[in-house]
Every structure is written in structure tokens, then in C-alpha cells.
Write a protein of this length. Sequence first.
Length: 278
Amino acid sequence: MRIGGGIEKPYSNPDEWLALVKDLGYSAVLVPVSYDAPKEVKQEYKRYIENNNLVLGEVGVWRNPISPNEAERKEALEYCKKQLALADEMGANCCVNVAGSRGELWDGFYSENYTKDTYALIVDTVRDIIDSVNPKNTYYTLEPMPWMIPDSPDVYLQLIKDIDRKAFAVHMDFTNMINNPYRYVHRSEFIKECFEKLGPYIKSIHIKDVNMKKVFPCVIEECMPGKGTVDYGLVLRLCESLGPETTVFVEHLNTYDEYKEAVRYVRSVAEKENIKII
């Protein structure tokens, strides 16, 4: 297994970037350049990744290709394609985005996110992105979200069937799907269900923790691994079952030192469980 996360410090060349990666204890990395970087710059970072026993796990998109605003939708769709092409060029495990929302906020919660028309639009949009790029070395994936599709393992399996593209796969974020009290109190069973159903399709994983507060009607919040109630021994055993090159990433932390702390915690659990993290 390999672990990575955000950097949260500036860098201007591969040497500076690599020094930060090593200091953070990462063996997996997020893409360090944008699609519009000069080709020679992209190739130099790729060489650094390959020559330093790192794995490029993800190229992020974080745009709304199903926006009801036509100009925003077209711009986001084009960006999705460029980032997928970057992932293919760099040999990333996957390119990852959210499905998108049918409201003003790109990642917002709206009733229209769950209509049949929106589902059909998501299917058509993902097909368009994949067919336009025709990737050979990577996959396009959707990160599960609490309030948009996919929000469960079964919905994700249905998307795989309906999108029907070999280059469509799974980005796992089990925490994002712990979005109601039942899943929270049965979180270990739910996490196992996620891996059992989606395991063959998983290309990269976000690892976070979660707490539920005794506040009416319901408040469930993500947090740093080790600061919540998730059984991380279980999580790491499930990740390990996917193979030694599986990439896991801590995310949504605020500082460089928080990323270091999170990685130290995950590695400490792995050591106790006799699980190898490169």
C-alpha cells in the first residue's frame, strides 16, 4: 500500500517538490503540475516520480460538468477532458471528479441532483469525457458524495453498468457516504460493504475519519484519521487486500503539519496490524 496527501507548501521545481514529498512521508502523490504546463515540465516531474519509487495516484478535476449554467458546464467539461488527458500522459492511477450538481454551487446539495434526468446527464457526460480522450493509461472516476450521485456502493455499481466504458472506474471515499445515522452506527459493516462490492473497480482511495454529534436532527462530520470513530485497522486491511500498489490519500486538512500527523497515525496503525505501507 502507498500513502499520500496534500502538500500545503509552495514549490517551484521537482527538487523542491520531492523534498516536501519525502519530508511528509509520502509514497503516493497527487499530480504536481497542471494540464497546461509545458510538456518538458510534465515529463520532468514524471521522471522524478518514476525514479524515486513513487506512484501518481490521482489527477483531480473538481469542476461541475453538469452545471445548469451552460457556460460553466462547457468550461468544466473541457477542463475534465484536459485533466483526463493529463492523467493519461502522466500515467496516473485515475482522474477523479465529482459527478456535479444541478445548482449554483459545483458541489452543492439540490433536489435536482437526484432526478432521473440528472442521472441520465451524468451517464452521458462521463461517456463524452472518456470517448473524447480515449485514455489508454488511466481511468476516469467519480468521488462519492453525501448529497449527489453516487452516494452508495449499489448506485456506483449501477453507474458502472450504465456508463459502460472500460475506462470508467471507482474512486473510493467511504467517509463521504457515511451520510446518515444508520450508516454511522453501522460504519464498519458499511465500509466492508463498500470494498466488497466495489473492490475490483477501485483505482484510488481517500481516507478520512468521522464523528457524529448528539445534535438535532443530525450532524456527521469528517475529521483527520485517528480523530474519529472509524476502525482504521479494518480500513487498512481492506485497502491492503486490493494489492501492494493501492494508493490512499489523506485530505481536507489545513496545514502541512496536519498532513504529517495524519500520515504518522496511519503508518502507526499499519505497523500494529503488520500491514506494509511503502
